[in-house]
Write a protein that binds this ligand. Structure first.
Ligand code: ATP
Length: 394
């Protein structure tokens, strides 16, 4: 186990393509860090540089005190778990787990003891004599983890280890892997394109796009205080709604502001503006406003809400999910492309806005409704750079 430091790691492939640019990250000893981003953003390249499977073009990699840039993969004391578990089919579970120990010529009694211990934590004790073909996908994945764990590596690398599992098993394995990691306390670098996986498993989550680190934070902070519009849209499902808007001072002495969103206006109280001091510079100028779907509420079934913090909408699509109902409507305002291909799909019709209503909503397709906007949770971004304007108070 060790702390890990990536310092300005860059990868330029032989064809000149720069897949990772100046990636700097630190993992504390025992930390579970998830690197997440859309397909092709450089996640696997980063992981493969750490494993030693890709040469580092520039920058430094430290595991503990050791600089590993020029250390061969087999000498790095790093264990990897991939999506295809690569178990030996002719060997039993016990022999598969024991394999790395056998390679290191660990004595049989000690080997058996370590396999027994790993099997207990991995809940594989009853399966030790089976062959991989007689196991479920989740069990096979646990055997692969067992094989990695018995080596007691300084660092665990996992590249989308759950992508071959069905949805239900994936949920179970997320919890299992996080639990096993905690139990063994091995520093872990985990790569996925799935933001739910990232948010539920990581102590911290690093978001990467086009080879560039966007933000690294705890899941809670990433969600509440995204550093830019891309992170805002990428983290959370359904995505945050992002629009061009204007914030201006209202003609009132109390310092309230007006948010103009297409042809609608919402009052943003002075207290909200005061909590985000950097916003003062943006008054009167176009900004990007971000509204999470759960911060929009059907006024017809809600308790009190200030009348000047509402918008009007005509329901376009309604998706009743049981515990909640997603309602989509068009806002006569310009939707913003955050750079996340999936989020843009959801908003492709200009102005498509998604709200997460309580199941009690009676809103039906075609209804004209009033929607409460929880203005305390609005996020604002610079219109050109898409950087967050202020670290907003939650
Ligand atoms: P995915 O989630 O789809 O696996 P990823 O984020 O892991 O994607 P990488 O596999 O790291 O992405 O690839 C990053 C970029 O580098 C991609 O645009 C890819 O096409 C490119 N790339 C990968 N390997 C090479 C290579 N050997 N030569 C040139 N370009 C490469």
């Amino acid at each position: 186990m060790a702390a890990v430091t990536l310092s300005e790691l860059t990868k330029v492939y032989p064809n000149g393509f720069e897949a990772v640019t100046d990636l700097s990250l630190s993992l504390a000893d025992g930390e579970f860090l998830v690197l997440v981003g859309p397909s092709g953003c450089g996640k696997s390249t980063a992981l493969r540089m750490i494993a030693g499977l890709e040469k580092i073009t520039s920058g430094d990699l430290f595991v503990g005190e050791r600089r590993l840039n020029d250390v061969a993969p087999k000498d790095r004391d790093i264990a990897m778990v991939f999506q295809n578990y690569a178990l030996y089919p002719q060997m039993t579970v016990a022999d598969n787990i024991a394999f790395p120990l056998r390679l290191r010529k660990v004595r049989k009694t000690e080997r058996n003891e370590q396999v027994r211990q790993a099997a207990r934590v991995l809940e594989l004790t009853d399966y030790l004599e089976r062959k991989p073909a007689q196991l479920s996908g989740g069990q096979r994945q646990r055997v692969a983890m067992g094989r990695a764990i018995v080596r007691r590596p300084e660092l665990f690398l996992m590249d989308e280890p759950l992508s071959n599992l069905d949805a239900k098993l994936r949920v179970q394995m997320r919890a299992d892997i996080a639990g096993i990691q905690r139990e063994f306390g091995v520093t872990t670098f985990y790569v996925t394109h799935d933001q739910v996986e990232a948010m539920t498993m990581g102590d911290r989550v690093a978001v990467i796009k086009d080879g560039l680190l966007q933000q690294v934070d705890t899941p809670e902070d990433l969600y509440a205080r995204p550093a830019n519009a891309f992170v805002a849209a990428f983290i959370g499902s359904p995505s945050m709604n992002l629009y061009e808007a204007t914030l201006s001072r209202a003609d009132e002495p109390d310092g309230d502001c007006l948010l103009t969103l297409g042809d609608q206006r919402v009052t943003v109280p002075a207290s909200v503006i005061a909590a985000q001091p950097a916003l003062a510079e943006y008054l009167g100028r176009p900004v990007v406003v971000g509204i999470r779907p759960e911060h929009l509420e059907d006024a017809a079934v809600a308790t009190e809400h200030p009348d000047d913090q509402r918008i009007d909408a005509v329901v376009d699509v309604r998706e009743a999910l049981g515990a909640e109902t997603l309602v989509h409507f068009n806002l006569n305002a310009q939707a913003v492309d955050s750079g996340d291909p999936d989020a843009l799909d959801e908003m492709r019709d200009t102005g498509r806005c998604t709200a997460r209503f309580a199941a009690a909503t009676r809103a039906r397709v075609g209804d004209r409704i009033r929607v409460n906007v929880d203005v305390r949770h609005l996020r604002f971004f610079d219109r050109h750079s898409h950087e967050a304007i202020a670290a907003a108070a939650s």
